[in-house]
Design a protein around this ligand. Structure first.
Ligand code: PGA
Length: 253
């Protein structure tokens, strides 16, 4: 049985004060749920990670980075390694978020290296993938998702892939208010699990959690979570409001 997992991606929002306040309010609200029946993480901007990790240190809410570099150390000006993130209390790192793929221009190959580097440095990657609206309209969703999945996990053996959480985030649903219907999401989640089964065997495929992300709100979270292969939620905008994020956590139980 896969334990539900709800992660909040704060993107480039909050400041040092409001980030810590938000983390505390989420911890207070989710006190009885987090850690017991649902895993919860928040992903603040890099510069506030340490402060937020400190504020959450006595809670069961984990902290994740929004990105991670593909090397562990060296002459990579401006980049942050997995071991550095681990060192300041991070548990997770998002890899391949659509804003990094489509705004910053990250390739499948780079995302693959970041996933491997995250695992090597002791982090648990949350591997994001999903199709553009134009790709969905051209009926290419399955092909795009399959390619992103296979390329992203290339070279990872069974042991390493067990550290990975997958997040299906259709790009057309991110920050747009357009959520995939539970059926649309389930269809892609089932495809991802089938592919994982082909790549790693049934047992591993049954254990890997697949989150849905894209305009998740308190009023659609519970319905999404009823689908068989939706194991949790990656929440952007609604994770910036403690009440909304707590309501989403509670409806994922
Ligand atoms: P959203 O973002 O919930 O604001 O659509 C989701 C994400 O980008 O992870």
């Amino acid at each position: 049985m896969r334990k539900p997992f709800v992660a909040g991606n704060w993107k480039m929002n909050t400041d040092s004060h409001s980030g810590v306040e938000l983390a505390r309010a989420i911890a207070d609200g989710a006190l009885d749920a987090a850690g017991h029946s649902v895993d919860v993480a928040v992903c603040p901007p890099f510069v506030y990670l340490q402060a937020v990790a400190g504020a959450l240190s006595s809670t069961s809410i984990a902290v994740g980075a929004q990105d991670v570099y593909c090397e562990q150390k060296g002459a990579f000006t401006g980049e942050i390694s997995a071991s550095m993130l681990k060192d300041i209390g991070c548990t997770y790192a998002l890899c391949g978020h659509s804003e990094r793929r489509h705004v910053i221009g990250e390739s499948d190959e780079l995302v693959n290296k970041k996933i491997s580097a995250a695992i090597l440095g002791g982090l648990l990657p949350i591997f994001c993938l999903g199709e553009l609206l134009s790709e969905r309209e051209a009926l290419e969703t399955d092909e795009v998702v399959s390619r992103q999945l296979r390329n992203g996990l290339s070279g990872l053996d069974v042991e390493k892939v067990s550290a990975v959480t997958i997040a299906y985030e259709p790009v057309w649903a991110i920050g747009t208010g357009l959520t995939a219907t539970p059926e649309q999401a389930q269809q892609v989640h089932a495809l991802i699990r089938k592919l994982l089964g082909e790549m790693y065997g049934e047992r591993v495929a049954e254990e890997i959690r697949i989150l849905y992300g894209g305009s998740v709100k308190p009023d659609n979270a519970a319905e999404l979570m009823t689908e068989k292969d939706i194991d949790g939620l990656l929440v952007g905008g609604a994770s910036l409001k403690a009440d909304d994020f707590v309501a989403i956590i509670k409806s994922s139980l």
